[in-house]
Design a protein around this ligand. Structure first.
Ligand code: PBG
Ligand code: ZN
Length: 327
């Protein structure tokens, strides 16, 4: 009688045995910590909806990254948050000489060299006065007119020493435009991590507060993907592969794990997930009220990303997880 019972519980008997057979493992080396850079020096002030995350000037950023490296976080993703006075219709300050992100890249590379992988977000929305990710021509977000500006922005980051540029604008053809610009400049080793599959999402709310990048009118639905679509994700990713992307990304993460699994199966490139600001803020808010166990929730989410097939986790929880010994 008992020999007829299959007993999966056998391998759950002890913690050591469970660890031995666990499929989805986590490693600090797969974490990417995002940073929001502001002008000035000595600046570090908290972003209200994202507890634990600050706006920082370059000098303070370098100090924070030094601490994070000690903890084991070896990759950063940089966002520039320029003063309102530096915004313009075409977002030119994004690629101007000595721009905020290029300055930060140079400072980080100078201090940490190859021990740190520096990634930069490439998008115009924090730099345009209208807050859209591309240029507006005749009342529309003009795809092709935006491409040279995005390429110039990526080029300025790459020239400063960025290891990876990460276009998040969702204009068609931007990966090819950026690859061309980099190659023409001899920057053949600068990698592109494409926000290949980026959905129009309410989960970006806290980020837009942080980056002061909410669109002044309209929304991003004419360029970011529709959350009702799954198959379209494969089309977007396929195009990025053809255009020369080195790493693919799905964003947001938690509500799109079907898409992560699809991409992991269909493509051989490394796959990143962006566990975005709203996902972070929800966990933080519930944890602050004692309604959930923050550590357990975060690890469960990260296991889900790994099960779905993600190789790289871009998460605001990285520093806390390592500082508190969660892994
Ligand atoms: C810029 C950009 C956004 C995010 C990353 N790059 C916002 C947006 O597209 O509106 C979101 C990141 C987050 O919410 O954590 N295009
Ligand atoms: Zn944008």
């Amino acid at each position: 009688m008992s020999e007829l019972i299959f007993r999966p519980r056998r391998l759950r008997t002890t913690a050591a045995l469970r660890d031995l057979v666990a499929e989805a493992r986590l490693d600090p080396r797969m974490l990417v910590q995002p940073h929001f850079i502001v002008p000035g020096s000595g600046v570090s002030h908290p972003i209200e909806a994202m507890p634990g995350i600050d706006h920082q000037s370059v000098d303070r950023l370098v100090a924070t990254v030094a601490g994070d490296l000690e903890l084991g976080i070896r990759s950063v993703l940089l966002f520039g948050v320029p003063d309102a006075a530096d915004k313009s219709p075409e977002g030119r300050s994004a690629s101007a000489d000595g721009n905020l992100v290029a300055t930060a890249v140079a400072a980080l590379k100078d201090r940490f060299g190859e021990s740190l992988t520096v990634m930069t977000d490439v998008c115009l929305c924090a730099y345009t006065d209208h807050g859209h990710c591309g240029l507006i021509v005749d009342g529309r977000i003009d795809n092709d007119a935006s491409l040279p500006h995005l390429a110039a922005m990526a080029l300025s980051h790459a020239r400063a020493g960025a290891d990876v540029v990460a276009p998040s604008d969702m204009m068609d053809g931007r990966v090819a435009a950026i690859r061309d610009a980099l190659d023409d400049d001899g920057l053949v080793h600068t990698a592109i991590m494409s926000y290949s599959v980026k959905y129009a999402s309410a989960y970006y709310g806290p980020f837009r507060e942080a980056a002061h990048s909410a669109p002044a009118m309209g929304d991003r639905r004419s360029y970011q993907m529709d959350s009702r679509n799954r198959r379209e994700a494969l089309i977007e990713a396929e195009l990025d592969v053809e255009e020369g992307a080195d790493i693919l990304m799905v964003k947001p993460a938690l509500a799109y794990l079907d898409v992560v699994a699809d991409l992991a199966e269909a493509f051989q490139l490394p796959l990143a997930v962006y566990n975005v600001s709203g996902e972070y803020s929800m966990v933080k808010a519930a944890a602050a009220r004692g309604w959930i166990d923050e550590r357990a929730i975060v690890l469960e989410n990260w296991h889900a990303f790994r099960r779905a097939g993600a190789d790289i986790l871009i998460t605001y929880h990285g520093r806390q997880a390592l500082a508190e010994g969660w892994l």
